[in-house]
Design a protein around this ligand. Structure first.
Ligand code: FAD
Ligand code: EGU
Length: 474
């Protein structure tokens, strides 16, 4: 059996630990940089071809919202500037109502914004960055088939379909929501696992430029909130927007013809029709079937000192907080911080990583699912505007006490589980504040009533009862 060795350096010095990163997606390629920077020998195995050479890149979602947590992780490997230079700042949401009216709601103070980044470009840049380390190899067209928790041996299906057995000191599973690395965890005792498909699917539609310019205001995350249906649009560097339509699968199935698509959009997203284009809409809608969304939670994240799951492989979240990639990038940063704390003692590091990270990843998975339920239950454009205004106003009045949940999640590195605890606490304060102001105004009203009681016509209690009981309400 071969041992993964990343380069042909003098054999004597190769006491260095070998780390196999399975999956060269967003988290895998960033993780490779982190481990390489520490001086480990890193080998990345990716089932697809090298997307830097690929002509067509097909994958999930074309662009993503990058926020603070993701940026902090990129910064640690010196990639922040490269990535943000190709991102488009979104300073606010733009809420579209059914009449085509648009209302902006800022994300925060000036200078607080999220970025729309191109997934394919991000992945290419991160692979290129990993490739610059002499102690890293990138192996494309290598699909992990299985691995042995006993020996740590991995079996890959190589470029020409042949099997390959390889060995590493540590396997880092970054192979996404349907992780092959995770399969061996499922066979262990005391491994917790849950997976939930939501009834909604998503479909991406492109909104082309008009006269060479963005069809809508570029520096916004555009949202069409319609309870069960929702559309979101993020800007791209080529001046297009990628619109993502979220809708229950059963409703997708009801739309069978181009005319039905137009009728549906006429009812819910009328202002977007001329922007996407009638003919384009009729065709693009049927190009690809709606895609499924899954939420995955599990624990622990490590298996002995042999293997650890990170990114979507450990926690796929529904996209209703824009945090999947950000959380995965923060995973890499947290792992790096623990590597420092525990002097790269792998067994201890993995144990600590699970202890620290599981509560946070579970918290963001729950939050994203909660927001999905909330949005479909009663979030139309009016309610969305009202809630965000209220949040922002309370924050302005009491900046230290009330911090909106999305602010803690999006613009800070407050641990996800702490953000949730703080949110519950704030909710109590707000509810009690409302109660208190209710009690105060009721008492005030009573006081005014009693002070002026001599001016009221006298009426007996008995008479009052009769009037109440005979009123139409009963
Ligand atoms: P992936 O990106 O899935 O990468 C896994 C890699 O592993 C792939 O390259 C795959 O080819 C490879 N692989 C799989 N199996 C094997 C195998 N057996 N052997 C070898 N290689 C293998 N997140 C945000 O932060 N912001 C957003 O705005 C946002 N929007 C989203 C919108 C939608 C519609 C969706 C679906 C998700 C969104 N996300 C967002 C989440 C984000 O896409 C994921 O969290 C992120 O891609 C996870 O990265 P990953 O590297 O863990 O997994
Ligand atoms: C969904 C799909 C608005 C990209 C959650 C906000 C998303 C993104 C929100 C997708 C929403 C929803 C937040 C950000 C972001 C909001 C957020 C969702 C990016 C609570 C490419 N969500 N998303 N919340 O506050 O914190 O603007 O596909 F519609 S960015 Cl669902 Cl901040």
């Amino acid at each position: 059996m071969e041992t993964v060795s990343s380069h042909t350096h003098e054999s004597s010095s190769s006491k260095r630990k070998v780390i196999a990163v399975v999956g060269g997606g967003l988290v895998g390629s960033l993780n490779a940089c982190f481990f390489a920077k520490r001086g480990f020998d890193v080998a990345v195995f990716e089932s697809r071809e090298d997307i830097r050479q690929a002509k067509v890149v097909r994958g999930r979602s074309i662009n993503l919202a990058l926020s603070h947590r993701g940026r902090q992780a990129l910064k640690h490997v010196g990639m922040e500037d490269t990535i943000i230079s190709k991102g488009i700042p979104m300073h606010a949401r733009m809420i579209h109502n059914t009449n085509g009216k648009r209302s902006p709601i800022p994300y925060g103070k000036k200078g607080q914004y999220i970025l729309s980044v191109d997934r394919a470009n991000l992945n290419k840049e991160l692979l290129a960055a990993a490739d610059t380390f002499p102690n890293t190899t990138l192996n494309f067209n290598h699909k992990l088939h299985d691995w042995s928790p006993k020996t740590g041996a991995m079996t890959f299906i190589g470029p020409d379909g042949q099997r390959k057995e390889l060995q590493a000191d540590l396997i880092v599973g970054c192979d996404g929501a349907f992780s092959a690395v995770r399969k061996q965890f499922l066979r262990q005792s005391r491994f917790n696992y849950s997976q939930t498909y939501i009834p909604h699917g998503y479909m991406e539609l492109t909104m082309p430029p008009i006269d060479g310019d963005f069809a809508m205001e570029p520096n916004y995350l555009h949202i069409w909130p319609r309870n069960t249906f929702m559309m979101i649009a993020l800007p791209n560097l080529d001046r297009t927007f990628t619109c993502t339509l979220f809708m229950p699968f059963e409703d997708f199935e009801k739309i069978r013809s181009g005319d039905e698509v137009i009728r549906f959009f006429q009812k819910y997203f009328p202002d977007s029709i001329p922007l996407i284009g009638v003919e384009a809409l009729k065709q693009d809608f049927f190009r690809l079937p709606a895609q499924a969304m899954v939420s995955v939670k599990c624990s622990p994240y490590h298996l002995f000192d042999k293997c650890v799951l990170m990114g979507d492989a450990a926690h796929a979240v529904v996209p209703f907080y824009g945090q999947g990639m950000n959380a995965g990038f923060e995973d890499c940063l947290v792992m790096d911080e623990i590597m420092d704390q525990l002097n790269e003692n792998i067994a201890a590091v993995l144990q600590e990583y699970t202890r620290v990270r599981v509560p946070d990843d579970h918290a963001i998975a729950d939050l994203a699912m909660y927001n999905y339920v909330e949005m479909r239950a009663h979030v139309n454009s009016k309610y969305f505007l009202f809630r965000k205004y209220l949040d922002n106003i309370l924050h302005v009045i009491m900046p230290k006490t009330i911090v909106p949940l999305y602010t803690m999640v999006t613009f800070t590195r407050t641990r996800y589980h702490e953000a949730v605890n703080r949110w519950h606490w704030q909710d109590k304060v707000i509810t009690q504040g409302l109660w208190l102001s209710g009690v105060v105004s009721a008492a005030g009203g009573m006081y005014v009533l009693v002070r002026n009681s001599h001016k009221l016509p006298s009426i007996s209690a008995e008479h009052l009862w009769t009037r109440i009981l005979t009123s139409k309400r009963f």
